[in-house]
Design a protein around this ligand. Structure first.
Ligand SMILES: Cc1cc2nc3c(=O)[nH]c(=O)nc-3n(C[C@H](O)[C@H](O)[C@H](O)COP(=O)(O)OP(=O)(O)OC[C@H]3O[C@@H](n4cnc5c(N)ncnc54)[C@H](O)[C@@H]3O)c2cc1C
Ligand code: SF4
Length: 329
């Protein structure tokens, strides 16, 4: 590990100014991703600015039934907050199915959204990787890509977005609040996670020194009946091969409202808008669920090693919708 400087910031303004002042600096929250990458020589910061003392850890119920989650709220605290469990079970479930209890006790919500990809070539400084070293090539395209993305890929990067929490936040149209050199911003989750295109090194629109302060989840009564399912090689301490966040309201036997997002298959948390559109007004039946899933995955681009994800993601969607509508079909 290379030497670097470390400082604890007492307030947000100081943290932003410290990071802003040095191009080789970064925020440090729980450190569960950042420290790993520094140890592996993937990231080489000259200065880490510890933000864990900042008062940004509240989890607040909002008058519209929504939530405001401070960026430094610990994952475990969010998962067990009564308002989250009661009104947004898909958020609580997504968090509990991620990482381990120890990691969730350390990891922050803001850090979770900014965590880097798990592509093994990204994490090996000896391998060409456009995300780590732009222009060097993508080792995964012709390499071991079983866990890689089938939606939103480009010729420059096919890494999946690793966050579980980001999947329900995408289904729920969450808003990321930031504070930075240009003042405060509210960024819709659709605009927050960027497709790799030909700039895979750019994963979100944050400027250097721009701090996530909170995540806002708008009120969504439909989310009371919701679920997060995660499919992976082992049942704990493992990232998703495919996951799905789903919420649905059935009226008179037909789908009146639905939210669907996928994890583990996209280069960003994937809002399944085609499937949502295909479901609205259709009977709540296994056949319409399967057809909607088929339409969503029609755009998938796979490699021989990860082609199984096309079927897996479709089955995940169907299982989630079956689970939520059991007794109404
Ligand atoms: C073994 C292991 C297994 C894991 N499994 C899963 C899993 O199954 N599912 C899952 O979703 N995650 C998983 N994770 C990832 C884990 O959830 C993240 O490491 C964690 O959420 C990051 O939070 P942190 O506070 O530790 O971030 P840090 O490591 O401190 O920071 C991560 C990044 O975010 C930036 N950052 C942090 N806070 C802010 C902020 N407020 N504003 C702007 N930038 C910020 C940092 O500069 C850094 O670039 C796993 C991690 C490990 C190590
Ligand atoms: S998939 Fe992306 S992160 Fe992985 S090697 Fe290719 S460019 Fe790098």
């Amino acid at each position: 590990m290379r030497p670097f400087s470390y400082v604890r910031a007492g307030d947000a303004g100081t943290a932003i100014a410290l990071v802003r002042a040095r191009p080789d600096s970064a925020f440090l929250a729980g450190g569960t991703t950042e420290v790993d990458l520094v140890r592996q020589d993937v990231l080489r910061p000259g200065l880490l600015v510890d933000i864990s003392d900042l008062p940004l850890d509240l989890i607040e119920d909002q008058p519209d039934g929504g939530l405001r989650i401070g960026a430094l709220a610990r994952m475990s605290d969010v998962a067990r907050a009564p308002g989250v469990i009661e009104r947004f079970p898909l958020i609580s479930q997504a968090i509990v199915l991620g990482a381990s209890a120890q990691l969730r006790n350390m990891a922050s919500v803001g850090g979770n959204l900014c965590q880097r990809v798990r592509c093994s070539y990204f994490r090996d400084p000896a391998s060409p990787c456009n995300k780590r070293d732009p222009g060097t090539g993508c080792s995964a395209l012709d390499g071991v890509n079983r866990g890689h993305a089938i939606l939103g890929t480009s010729d420059h990067c096919i890494a999946t977005h690793p966050s579980d929490l980001a999947v329900p936040l995408t289904a729920l149209d969450a808003i990321v609040h930031t504070s930075g050199p240009g003042g405060e911003r509210a960024i819709g989750v659709d605009d927050f996670f960027l497709l790799p295109g030909d700039t895979p090194q750019r994963e979100h629109p944050l400027e250097h020194g721009e701090l996530i302060t909170a995540i806002e989840v708008p009120g969504a009564p439909v989310a009371r009946r919701s679920v997060y399912l995660k499919f992976r090689d082992r049942q704990s301490y493992e990232f998703a091969l495919a996951s799905v966040a789903a919420a649905v309201r059935i009226q008179d036997g037909t789908v009146a409202e639905v939210r669907l997002a996928l994890g583990g298959v996209g280069t960003r948390p994937w809002r399944a808008r085609r499937a949502e559109a295909a479901l609205l007004g259709q009977p709540a039946s296994a056949a319409s669920f399967a057809e909607a899933a088929r339409q969503e995955l029609a755009a998938a681009t796979s490699h021989p090693m990860n082609a199984f994800k096309v079927e897996l993601a479709q089955r995940a969607i169907v299982r989630a919708l079956n689970t939520l509508t059991d007794g109404e079909r």
